[in-house]
Ligand binder design. Structure first.
Ligand code: ADP
Length: 490
C-alpha cells in the first residue's frame, strides 16, 4: 500500500478490526461489532469487534499466562529492549501508513500525525527500550548483621485504558514503560479510535513479541473498560481520560485493590505578562490551545493576560486564530481538522452558547465550520470571569477563555482556583516572576516561555483531580514496578 501525505481516505487499507488476544486475531465472543467513523466526513470507516467481559477475560488469562509462566518477565532484559527497538524501527518504516490511518480515524491533520504524533511514538518506545536493562534496586545499610537490598520487579499484568485524542501516542506512552519493566498488557483503546492501536499490535507480533505479552480488546468503556478494571488477574490499571471515569474506576477497582495511575483532565492557566515577548506569547497561547483541535488534556484554556498588554496581545492572538486553516485533514496545509465525534462537537457548541449567555465576548469564531464533518471554528472569548462555565469546565475543543489580571498575587490565587492541576505556563522576561509562579502554581508541569514541550524523559501528570502518578521518564517506569525488600542474615 502506498500512502503519502496526500493520501485520500479511500486509499487507506484498514487491516485489523478484531480483538488481538494471545497473538491471535479473533472476533468478539458475542459476535458484535461497532462502527468507527471518519469525523471529517461522518462516514463509516470500518466495523470493529465489540469486546466485552468474555473477551477481556480471555485477554487477561493470556496476559497472566505470559507473565506467570512465559518468557517475557524472565527474558534477558537486553533482549526485551531489543524487541522494543525493533518495534520502534518497524513503526518508523511504516510511518506514512500509520499517520494516514491515525488521521482517518481521529481527524487530526496529517501534518500533525506524520510530524508530531508518530515521531513521538517512535521516540517514547526507544527511550523505554533503553531502560529495559537499567532497572535495578539498591543496597540499604540496616541495623544489625544483615545484608539488605531491594529489587524492582514488574507489577504483573497491566490493564491500560486510553482516550481518543492521541491514539497511537497514548498507546506508546502506556506500552513503553510496561514492556520495559517486563509487564504484560491488556489494552482497551478508545471506541472512537481503535485502528492504530490494533495495527501496532500486529506490528509487535511481526517483530517477534511473544504471544500474550500484548493483548488489545476494542470496545466501550462501561463494558470492556470496566471488565479490565474489575478483572482479578490484572494487577494495575493505567488510565487516561476524564476525572469522572477515574472516579468510577477507583470504585470498580476497590475489590481487587489494583494499583492505579491516572492522567486526567485540565483547565490549565497560561499567563502572559506585559514584559513578555508578545509575539512568542501569542504563538504559544495559540498553539497551547488549538493544537489537536483543542483536544489536549493540558490545553492552555484559561489565558490570563496582564491588563496593560491586553489590547496589543489580543490583536496578535485574534489574528492568528482567524487565519487558522480548517478543512480536509489529509490536505498538507490544513492546520485544524474536525473534532473527534458528534458528542464532542455537540458538547463544544453547547459551551460556546453558554459563554455567550454568561456574558463573555466572542471575538472570533463561535460557529460550526462547513456542513459536513465535526468542524468548529477557532473561538476566542474575551472578558471571561473566573466563575463562568467556560472558565471552569474542560471544554476539550478550540475554545479559548481570556481573563485579565493586574496583580500577581491575585492572579496566582485565581490560576489555582480550579480542581484541576495538570499544566500551567507563564510568559515573561523576568526570571523572578517565572520561578515564583513555577513554584506556587499547583500543576504537574510548568512551561516558561514555551508550551506543549514534551519529551519521553520528562515526567508528565497531574496535581489535584488531574490525576495521580506520572507518565514518561523514570517515574513513569517505576509505576510499572513493585519494590521488593530482601534481608539476608550474615
Ligand atoms: P473521553 O471523554 O475522553 O472519551 P473517557 O474517560 O470517557 O473520556 O474515556 C477514556 C477511556 O476510558 C475510553 O477508552 C473509554 O472507553 C474508557 N472508559 C469510559 N468509561 C469507562 C468505565 N466505566 N470503566 C473503564 N473505562 C471506561
Amino acid at each position: 500500500m502506498a500512502t503519502s501525505l496526500q493520501a485520500s481516505p479511500a486509499e487507506i487499507q484498514v487491516q485489523h478490526t478484531q480483538c488481538f488476544i494471545d497473538g491471535q486475531w479473533q472476533e468478539a465472543a458475542s459476535g458484535k461489532t461497532f462502527a468507527t467513523i471518519n469525523p471529517a466526513t461522518e462516514e463509516l470507516i470500518a466495523e470493529v469487534a465489540e469486546g466485552d467481559t468474555e473477551d477481556v477475560d480471555r485477554a487477561a488469562r493470556a496476559a497472566r499466562r505470559a507473565f506467570d509462566s512465559g518468557d517475557w518477565p524472565k527474558m534477558d532484559a537486553r533482549d526485551r529492549g531489543r524487541l522494543m527497538y525493533l518495534l520502534a524501527d518497524r513503526i518508523e518504516r511504516e510511518i506514512d501508513e500509520l499517520a494516514a490511518l491515525e488521521t482517518l480515524d481521529n481527524g487530526k491533520p496529517i501534518r500533525e500525525s506524520r510530524h508530531v504524533d508518530l515521531p513521538l511514538v517512535v521516540d517514547v518506545l526507544r527511550y523505554y527500550a533503553g531502560y529495559a536493562d537499567k532497572i535495578h534496586g539498591s543496597t540499604i545499610p540496616i541495623r544489625g548483621n544483615y545484608f539488605c537490598y531491594t529489587r524492582r520487579e514488574p507489577v504483573g499484568v497491566a490493564g491500560q485504558i486510553i482516550p481518543w485524542n492521541f491514539p497511537m501516542l497514548m498507546t506508546a506512552w502506556k506500552w513503553g514503560p510496561a514492556l520495559a519493566a517486563g509487564c504484560t498488557i491488556v489494552m482497551k483503546p478508545a471506541e472512537q479510535t481503535p485502528l492504530t492501536c490494533l495495527r501496532m499490535a500486529q506490528l509487535a507480533k511481526e517483530v517477534g513479541f511473544p504471544d500474550g505479552v500484548i493483548n488489545v480488546v476494542p470496545g466501550f468503556g462501561p463494558t470492556a473498560g470496566a471488565a479490565v478494571v474489575k478483572h482479578p488477574m490484572i494487577d494495575k490499571v493505567a488510565f487516561t481520560g476524564e476525572h469522572r471515569t477515574a472516579q468510577i474506576i477507583t470504585r470498580d477497582s476497590a475489590e481487587t485493590l489494583k494499583r492505579l495511575t491516572f492522567e486526567l483532565g485540565g483547565k490549565s492557566p497560561n499567563v502572559v505578562y506585559a514584559d513578555a515577548d508578545l509575539d512568542a506569547a501569542a504563538q504559544g497561547a495559540y498553539l497551547g490551545l488549538y493544537l489537536n483541535q483543542g483536544q489536549c488534556c493540558c490545553a492552555g484554556s484559561r489565558l490570563f493576560v496582564e491588563a496593560s498588554a491586553h489590547e496589543a496581545f489580543m490583536e496578535k492572538l485574534t489574528g492568528l486564530a482567524k487565519n487558522r486553516k480548517l478543512g480536509d485533514p489529509f490536505a498538507e496545509d490544513t492546520e485544524q481538522g474536525p473534532q473527534v465525534d458528534r458528542n464532542q462537537f455537540d458538547k463544544i457548541m453547547s459551551y460556546i452558547e453558554k459563554g455567550q449567555q454568561e456574558g463573555a465576548r466572542c471575538v472570533t469564531g463561535g460557529q460550526r465550520h462547513g456542513e459536513r464533518g465535526y468542524f468548529v471554528q477557532p473561538t476566542i472569548f474575551d472578558a471571561v470571569e473566573d466563575d463562568m462555565a467556560i472558565a471552569q469546565d474542560e471544554i476539550f475543543g478550540p475554545v479559548l477563555s481570556v481573563l485579565k489580571f493586574e496583580d500577581t498575587e491575585r492572579m496566582i490565587e485565581r490560576a489555582n482556583r480550579t480542581f484541576y492541576g495538570l499544566a500551567a505556563a507563564i510568559w515573561t522576561r523576568d526570571v523572578h516572576k517565572a520561578h515564583d509562579f513555577a513554584a506556587r502554581v499547583r500543576a504537574g508541569t510548568v512551561w516558561v516561555n514555551c508550551y506543549d514541550v514534551f519529551d519521553a524523559a520528562a515526567p508528565f501528570g497531574g496535581f489535584k483531580m488531574s490525576g495521580y502518578g506520572r507518565e514518561l521518564g523514570e517515574e513513569g517506569l517505576k509505576a510499572y514496578t513493585e519494590s521488593k525488600t530482601v534481608t539476608v542474615a550474615l
